[in-house]
Design a protein around this ligand. Sequence first.
Ligand SMILES: [Zn+2]
Length: 149
Amino acid sequence: MTSSNHTDSEGSGEALDEATVERLLDQAELASGHAYAPYSKLSVGAALLMPDGNVVLGCNVENASYGLTMCAERNAIFRAVAEYGHEAKPTALAVAAPGTPIAPCGACRQVAYESNPDMLVVFRSEERGLERISARDLLPHGFTFEPSP
Ligand SMILES: [Zn+2]
């Protein structure tokens, strides 16, 4: 099987211009408006840029059984798999929580890494303002597993 929709940059978001990054952050912030976060009160949104230029949104969805809560980033990535299949590698992931610096949690870093280690991840951190980093650099020594044939 051959994959389609790959650009010559192999899905790397390194070359994304500032306008695209800002647009993704705005979309992530808008998506946070759909968050269901009655427990943490922290509404988070994610915007995932796909190779065809479309954007897949996600938000955090909490549950009274706290362990069942799902982050915005993983919701967006899992939704993209459902819509595009796993072969379509996202180009960039923006994460935003209005008024609050936010960074992807460890679980979301692992899922982003497996989705596309070259994907650009952008978010606003307290220490350094706007962060632009690849999923690979965001999760050094990410877990990989090659199933037996
Ligand atoms: Zn997370």
